[in-house]
Every structure is written in structure tokens, then in C-alpha cells.
Write a protein that binds this ligand. Structure first.
Ligand code: FAD
Length: 390
């Protein structure tokens, strides 16, 4: 990792501002110092390094696009993308921690919350004093979150929340959860549930072979009394959580390029150094083919993401555009991880190199925040006007 130089075959750096490049290099230094030396060990031990939360807060990795008056970075979407790219070059699990906090917890509180909620939660989330999580998926409702059964009843002076969420990133350590639940009329609302509320628990999910350095768990609500002021008032319906997912998926589209770049960089170096048949394996045509295709795919994804970032900045990006970029980047990164694993031969399966960890991580990334196939069907619906997933 010493002299990492990101692939920039089409001189995309010319389209970045000095501030963008400064942000990228400061996050790159952070990852090199605080993540890369330890990540293999954390992942092997399935250890979530809780202290990273405060450090992410210090470098501005939480809520980069949230206005500074609430503790956010006040930055544009290209900056946000670059931050996610650099963190995921370190590890997708680390990037998941940052994505969830920024796009799935701070974003809904900022967009759908009132001023008191913004002031209460956002600065502490931005600084990493508090960790948050986002509860949408349920045991029986993954790709179809609208079918959720978690619900709350109006009890006059509070709400009574019941149900369960599953596969929730950050949940075992989270101080607060943004939870999506149905009211008595079946309308979906967001509620902020705080650790310590009686009846609320967050059991950890064990045995993952993917995102091992990220902590995942359930959210269980057993007659939890939620104060009325914890309901996010400014948007309801399934569209509210889906808006959060758009923002997070945009970050994933950039993040997955980071994982792909790391695999490509490692494969290129290994191919130059590994001697077989008296020559570096990089001199064989089949290895060059793999490297050339990796660079081509990374470059195409970079161009797609950059343009999407501009559309995000202009407030013009659409959900299907974000679906296309998320789907493209993650699949591209998975294929590059698999090819890079081949180039590393047997060494590719060990923790000496980051490849296998990235590959296993990406198996979650290709599934969460809308699976690869669901994003394809969103595009199919856009093309034909016929929703094939219902
Ligand atoms: P299912 O919906 O059961 O899908 C199984 C398969 O069926 C998939 O291949 C899918 O593409 C396919 N399928 C489903 N419906 C259709 C259809 N109509 N047409 C064609 N194919 C279909 N959720 C949160 O709310 N918060 C989090 O923080 C969070 N973090 C996560 C972290 C990890 C590590 C993982 C693995 C998941 C996380 N998730 C989180 C949940 C994630 O978003 C879901 O796993 C995802 O939406 C898919 O749901 P599912 O696993 O229930 O799969």
C-alpha cells in the first residue's frame, strides 16, 4: 500500500477540484494509518473496532453532505463519493459503518426530522460520539420492504412499537436506530429509537463470512414506548426510506470502485514480481488480458460515477441512474476481485493480500441496499414501464 496510486486512465483528476483532491488524500492517509495495518486481523477475528467510530467522526467521514451547522461536512457529492471510495479501498465493512451513519441515519434525520431532532442527534452522530443504525429489512421482508410488519400504535402520550428488524449494520453497538414501521393505518413512518428504551434489544448476528469487521445484528421491539417527539414528521410512506437508500447506494457505487482499485493494484504488483517459467507472470498474455480488462472496467465505472456525482450535485440524479451505478460498480468489483484472486494464485486465498476479504465483503455489497437483480428490474421497469418485480 506504500505508494498507492489510483488508476486514472482517462485523466478524471482533471475534473476534480483542488479541494476534492485534498479530501481524497487526507482520507487515503487516514486509511493507510488507521485501517490498512489492522484490517486483516479485525476481519479474521470478526472484530468490529468500535474506536474507529470516533476517528471517522474526527476526519469528517460521517454525513459529508450534511450542512456544517449540524456538524456535517457541507461538501458536495463528488467529495462524498471520494471519501467512500478511499474507505472501501481499505474495507467494505468500514465503509458500511460510515455509509449507514451518514446516509441512512443522519440523512433521514436531516431531511425528514424537525429542528429539535436535527439539533439533538446530528452533531453527536457527525462527531462519532453516537453511532446509529437503520432498520428497514425484516426476517420476512427483504427485497419487499413495503410488506413490513413492524408497527406502532398511538397510545395518546406515546407510541407503542412492536416487531423485529434483521441484518442491521451497526445495530449491536448503536446508540440510536432510525426504524421504519407502520402505523395503525398501514402507513410507513420513521421513528428514532434510543438504546435503553425498555423492550428494545439488539442481538448480534454471528457467523458471517462477509463484512467481518462490521457489526451486524437484529433490532427487537417488544412493546417499546417511543416518545411522540421521536417520530420523523416531514415525510412518510415507503418513499422516505427509499430516498435514504438512494443516497447510500450512490456512496456504494463509489465505494466498490475503491475495493476494485485495491484488488487491481495488488494484482498488478504481484504479477510484476511473481516469477514463473523464468519470467514475471505479468509477461504472459493471459495475465495482461486480466489486467487490461480490470483497468477498462474501473475506468468505465469511474466515468459513470463522476457523471452521476455531477447530477447529484445538481439535484437531478434519478433512482434508476443510481441503481445502474450501484449495480455496475459492485458487479465490476466482484469480477475484478475474482480475477485478481486468480493472478495471486494460492497466495490469493490468504490474508497476506486483501483480495479474498474484498471478494467476500462484496458478496454482501451486491445484496444489500437492493440486490443486483432488483436493481436490474428497476432498470427494466424504467425501460419498459412494466414492473417485473411485483
Ligand atoms: P430476499 O429479498 O429474500 O432475496 C433473495 C433472492 O431473491 C435475491 O437474489 C433477490 O434478488 C431475489 N428476489 C427477490 N424478489 C425478487 C423479485 N421480485 N424478482 C426477482 N428476484 C427477486 N438492511 C437494513 O435495513 N439495514 C441495514 O443496515 C442492513 N445491513 C445489511 C448488512 C449485511 C451484511 C447484509 C447481508 C444485509 C443488510 N441489510 C440491511 C439487508 C439487505 O438490504 C437485504 O439482505 C436485501 O435487501 C435483500 O433482502 P433478503 O436478504 O431478505 O433477500
Amino acid at each position: 500500500q506504500d505508494a498507492f496510486d489510483h488508476p486514472d486512465f482517462y485523466a478524471l483528476d482533471d475534473l476534480l477540484t483542488e479541494e476534492h483532491k485534498l479530501i481524497r488524500s487526507s482520507i487515503r492517509d487516514f486509511v493507510k494509518r488507521e485501517i490498512s495495518p489492522y484490517i486483516e486481523d479485525w476481519a479474521q477475528r470478526a472484530h468490529f473496532p468500535y474506536e474507529i467510530v470516533k476517528k471517522f467522526g474526527d476526519i469528517g467521514a460521517f454525513g459529508p453532505t450534511i450542512p456544517t451547522e449540524y456538524g456535517g461536512g457541507g461538501l458536495d457529492y463528488i467529495s462524498y463519493g471520494l471519501i467512500m471510495q478511499e474507505i472501501e479501498r481499505g474495507d467494505s465493512g468500514m465503509r458500511s459503518t460510515a455509509s449507514v451513519q451518514g446516509s441512512l441515519v443522519m440523512y433521514p434525520i436531516y431531511k425528514f426530522g424537525n429542528e429539535a431532532q436535527r439539533k439533538k442527534y446530528l452533531p453527536k452522530l457527525a462527531s462519532g460520539e453516537w453511532l446509529g443504525c437503520f432498520g428497514l429489512t425484516e426476517p420476512d421482508h427483504g427485497s419487499n420492504p413495503g410488506g413490513m410488519v413492524t408497527n406502532f400504535k398511538d397510545m395518546g402520550d406515546h407510541y407503542l412499537l412492536n416487531g423485529a428488524k434483521m441484518w442491521i449494520s451497526n445495530s449491536p453497538k448503536a446508540d440510536i436506530a432510525v426504524v421504519w414501521a407502520k402505523n395503525e393505518q398501514g402507513r410507513i413512518h420513521g421513528l428514532v429509537v434510543e438504546r435503553g428504551m425498555p423492550g428494545f434489544s439488539t442481538p448480534e448476528t454471528h457467523g458471517k463470512w462477509s463484512l467481518r469487521a462490521s457489526t451486524t445484528g437484529e433490532l427487537v421491539f417488544d412493546n417499546v414506548k417511543v416518545p411522540k417527539e421521536n417520530l420523523l414528521p416531514n415525510k412518510n410512506g415507503l418513499g422516505a426510506p427509499l430516498m435514504c437508500l438512494d443516497s447510500a447506494r450512490y456512496g456504494i457505487a463509489w465505494g466498490a470502485i475503491g475495493a476494485a482499485m485495491d484488488c487491481y493494484d495488488s494484482a498488478r504488483r504481484y504479477a510484476m514480481e511473481r516469477i514463473q517459467f523464468g519470467k514475471p507472470i505479468a509477461s504472459f498474455q493471459l495475465v495482461q488480458k486480466k489486467l487490461a480488462e480490470m483497468l477498462t472496467e474501473i475506468t468505465k465505472a469511474q466515468l459513470l460515477n463522476w457523471r452521476l456525482g455531477v447530477l447529484m450535485n445538481e439535484g437531478k440524479a434519478t433512482t434508476p441512474q443510481i441503481s445502474m451505478a450501484k449495480r455496475n460498480s459492485v458487479q465490476m468489483a466482484l469480477e475484478i476481485a475474482r480475477e485478481a484472486r486468480q493472478i495471486h494464485g494460492g497466495m490469493g486465498i490468504t490474508g497476506e493480500y486483501p483480495i479474498m476479504r474484498h471478494m467476500m465483503n462484496l458478496e454482501s455489497v451486491v445484496t444489500y441496499e437492493g440486490t443486483h437483480d432488483i436493481h436490474l428490474l428497476i432498470l427494466g421497469n424504467t425501460i419498459t414501464g412494466i414492473p417485473a418485480f411485483v
